[in-house]
Design a protein around this ligand. Structure first.
Ligand code: NAP
Length: 180
């Protein structure tokens, strides 16, 4: 499960849960992406905070197959999905991400190799897909809470969208715009 997770929210967790159950996956590894320089912004959380929130979220959510990997956060230089997939190449990998991200797959570094190394699964939360997806990508419709990290970063009350420990963490570290 690849994403920036800034922050991780119930939509991500529910999407992962749907895909895990659908394909009977042995493990779902949440892999927060390293943030490229151009995404740096005062409102964005640091890599450490995003990783920590992923750990708290999966502990709260309670699906025993969920785990977190810090491999992209700790990798030096630009992080490419293809390198991450190579690290886990002994497994039969389903790379899960959102449809908006998956729609740009053909611009990703070595995308043809990505398609050889894994099955790319694009999850749509709203049911509609605005962009054309590569025919090799599996599209899964997940009927989950409608929220995005972008929305959460600008809301003042986010209690219903993140797990309790993530909520407390965001409050304690004064991340994003939340007031309550
Ligand atoms: P993003 O721009 O942060 O997100 C784009 C859209 O996809 C947003 O609507 C986002 O919703 C949704 N999304 C992202 N991850 C999701 C997930 N796991 N489940 C459901 N929806 C998700 O995209 P990103 O996080 O940078 O990229 C996603 C993944 O693609 C990462 O693992 C990244 O490393 C990989 N990627 C790799 C390359 C490359 O190798 N060159 C290039 C681009 C992306 P939310 O805001 O709610 O998350």
């Amino acid at each position: 499960m690849g994403g920036t997770f800034d922050p991780i929210h119930l939509g991500h967790l529910q999407c992962a849960d749907v895909v895990q159950k659908k394909f009977n996956l042995e493990k779902v590894l949440f892999i927060p992406a390293g943030i490229p320089n151009f995404k740096q912004d005062k409102k964005l959380a640091s890599s450490k905070n995003r990783l920590e929130m992923c750990k708290l979220a999966i502990a709260d959510f309670g699906n025993p197959t969920f785990d977190v990997s810090d491999t992209e956060i700790n990798r030096k230089g630009v992080t490419y999905t293809v390198d991450t997939l190579k690290e886990f190449s002994e497994y039969d990998i389903y790379f899960i991400t959102g449809t908006d991200s998956a729609a740009t797959l053909e611009q990703w570094h070595n995308y043809e190799e990505i398609l050889k190394l894994c099955t790319v699964v694009a999850v749509t939360r709203k049911g509609d897909v605005k962009h054309k997806l590569n025919p090799k990508i599996l599209l899964i419709k997940a009927d989950v809470i409608e929220v995005s990290s972008t929305q959460i970063r600008s809301l003042s009350n986010i209690k219903n969208y993140v797990t309790p420990s993530v909520y407390e963490y965001i409050k304690e570290h004064e991340l994003y715009s939340i007031i309550t």
